[in-house]
Design a protein around this ligand. Structure first.
Ligand code: FAD
Length: 410
C-alpha cells in the first residue's frame, strides 16, 4: 500500500492545467483553441487523433456545412481554411413530387457574406485544427478512464498516460459522452418524428453535371435527402435520413440500385447520379443533456451536450457556438471553476438547443409520415412554400437564420 507522503508527491508530479478538453472533434479543438486564446493553459485528451480520410471517389464520406458565423469564429482562432472549403451559393428545398420550392441565393441574405454556407470535410477540418493546436495546446493521445472531483480541480485518469488535473473540464467527447455519464447527467431524448425512429446514410455521389455550388434538400415521404457541393464540381456529399426500416433497406442495396434510388429521390438534379461511394449509417436522435454544467468544473459542449437531426446541418454549428461562448467567458480572470461561473452558459446553450430541436421536429412533423401525406395537406404545404418563395423579406430572414446571423442565434 502506498504511503500518504508518496501520494502527496504523486499529486505534485501530476500536470496541472487551467482547462482540459476531452475529445478532439471539431468542437473540442475549437473550444481548446478559444481557451488558449483567452490566455489559459489547455490540455486536449483524445483517444483517436483526427486524420484526413477519403473514400473511393476521393472525398471524405462525411462533410459538414459551416455557417458564416462558424467560419468567422474558426478564422478568429487562426485557422486558415481557404483550401478546405467549398462555398454554397444557392440552395433549393422542395418536396418530392411537390409543386413548390424554396430557392435561396447568397444575395437573398442582403449582401452580407459571399456564400450561404461553406462545406468542409469533417475529418480534414478536425485534422487542420489538431495541427493548429500543436505548440498552443498540450495534445494527449489517450482515452479518459475516470473523472474525479477535487476541491480545487478535476482529476482525469487516462489509459496508458499519467493522470492530469484541470481547473475546468470541457466535455466534447461526442454523443455517447463518457464525461456526461461520469457526472450522472441524463441525456433526454425528444420524441421521434411521427414516422418513428430515424437513421441517416452518409456517402459521396458523382453527378453527371456540375453542382454549380448548389445545395439541394428534397423532403421524401419518410425523411429528407440533402446534397452538398464538394470541391470537385461534380461531387456531392449525401445525407439521406428517413424511417429506420427504409434506410436499412437502402443500405442493403448494391451500388447500382442505390445510385438509381438516390437519383429518383433527388429527382435527377445535376443531370442525375453517375456513381456512389461506400455508405455510412448513423442513428438519428435528438437528445439534450439535463444540465450543461453538471459539476461546477465540468461543461458539456457539442454532441456531448445535445444531438440534432442532420436535416438543417446545424450540429457542428451549435457546437461551435458553445466553443465560442466558452472562450469568451474564459477571458475574465480568476478560477475557471469558481461556483456559479458557468450557469449562464448552461442556461443559454440549453435554451438555444431546445429551440433548434423544436424547429427540426416541426419540419419533420410537417413533411414526414402518413398523416401529413394526404393530397389536401400536400397542396396546402406547397402553397405556403410558394408564398414564402415569392417574398424576398421572408426569404432574407430565413436565409439569415440558417446562416447563424439572425435573431434566433443571438
Ligand atoms: C450523417 C451526419 C451528417 C451531419 N451533417 C452535418 C452538417 O452538415 N452540418 C453540421 O453542422 N452538423 C452535421 N452533423 C452533426 C455534426 O457532425 C456533429 O454535431 C459534430 O461533428 C459533433 O462534433 P463534436 O466535436 O461535438 O463530437 P465528435 O466529432 O463526435 O468528437 C468527439 C471526440 O471525442 C473522442 N472521445 C470520445 N470519448 C473519449 C474518451 N473517453 N477519451 C478520449 N477521447 C474520447 C472521440 O474519439 C472523438 O474524436 C452531421 C451528423 C451526422 C451523423
Amino acid at each position: 500500500m502506498r504511503q500518504p507522503d508518496n501520494i502527496a508527491a504523486m499529486i505534485q508530479d501530476e500536470q496541472n492545467y487551467d482547462a482540459a478538453v476531452v475529445g478532439a472533434g471539431v468542437v473540442g479543438l475549437a473550444a481548446a483553441l478559444a481557451l488558449a486564446a483567452a490566455g489559459r493553459s489547455v490540455a486536449v485528451v483524445e483517444r483517436n487523433p483526427p486524420r484526413r480520410a477519403s473514400g473511393a471517389l476521393g472525398s471524405d464520406l462525411r462533410s459538414v456545412a459551416l455557417t458564416p458565423a462558424s467560419l468567422d469564429f474558426l478564422r478568429s482562432l487562426g485557422a486558415d481554411l481557404d483550401g478546405a472549403l467549398t462555398p454554397i451559393s444557392t440552395m433549393r428545398v422542395w418536396e418530392h413530387d411537390g409543386a413548390g420550392a424554396l430557392r435561396f441565393a447568397s444575395a437573398d441574405s442582403q449582401n452580407e457574406p459571399a456564400a450561404l454556407a461553406w462545406v468542409a470535410a469533417n475529418s480534414g477540418l478536425a485534422a487542420d485544427l489538431w495541427a493548429l493546436g500543436a505548440g498552443r495546446l498540450e495534445l494527449i493521445e489517450a482515452s479518459l478512464d475516470r473523472l474525479a472531483q477535487e476541491r480545487d480541480a478535476v482529476r482525469l485518469e487516462l489509459a496508458d498516460a499519467p493522470p492530469i488535473r484541470a481547473g475546468l473540464v470541457v466535455a466534447a467527447d461526442g454523443p455517447n459522452s463518457f464525461c456526461r455519464r461520469s457526472t450522472s447527467t441524463a441525456a433526454r431524448s425528444a420524441p421521434p418524428p411521427p414516422n418513428g425512429r430515424q437513421r441517416a446514410i452518409a456517402t459521396v455521389a458523382r453527378m453527371i453535371e456540375s453542382h454549380c455550388h448548389t445545395a439541394w434538400q428534397c423532403f421524401g415521404r419518410t425523411g429528407p435527402v440533402a446534397l452538398l457541393p464538394l470541391a470537385d464540381e461534380r461531387a456531392v456529399s449525401v445525407i439521406w435520413s428517413g424511417a429506420a426500416s427504409e434506410q436499412e433497406a437502402l443500405l442493403g442495396l448494391d451500388d447500382e440500385r442505390f445510385r438509381a434510388a438516390l437519383e429518383a429521390a433527388t429527382e435527377g438534379v445535376a443531370g442525375g447520379v453517375l456513381a456512389v461511394d461506400e455508405r455510412l449509417c448513423f442513428p438519428v436522435t435528438q437528445t439534450l443533456a439535463a444540465d450543461l454544467n453538471p459539476w461546477p468544473r465540468v461543461l458539456l459542449a457539442g454532441d456531448a451536450a445535445r444531438t440534432l437531426h442532420p436535416l438543417a446541418g446545424q450540429g457542428v454549428n451549435l457546437g461551435l457556438e458553445d466553443a465560442r461562448q466558452i472562450g469568451a467567458m474564459a477571458t475574465a480572470g480568476g478560477d475557471l471553476g469558481a461556483a456559479g461561473r458557468w450557469r449562464t452558459y448552461a442556461r443559454e446553450r440549453r435554451r438555444r438547443s431546445k429551440l433548434m430541436m423544436t424547429l427540426m421536429r416541426g419540419l419533420l412533423s410537417a413533411y414526414c409520415g402518413q398523416a401529413v401525406n394526404g393530397p389536401w395537406l400536400r397542396w396546402a404545404r406547397n402553397s405556403v412554400v410558394r408564398r414564402i418563395d415569392a417574398s424576398p423579406t421572408a426569404k432574407a430572414q430565413l436565409a439569415r437564420e440558417a446562416m447563424g446571423l439572425g435573431a434566433l442565434a443571438a
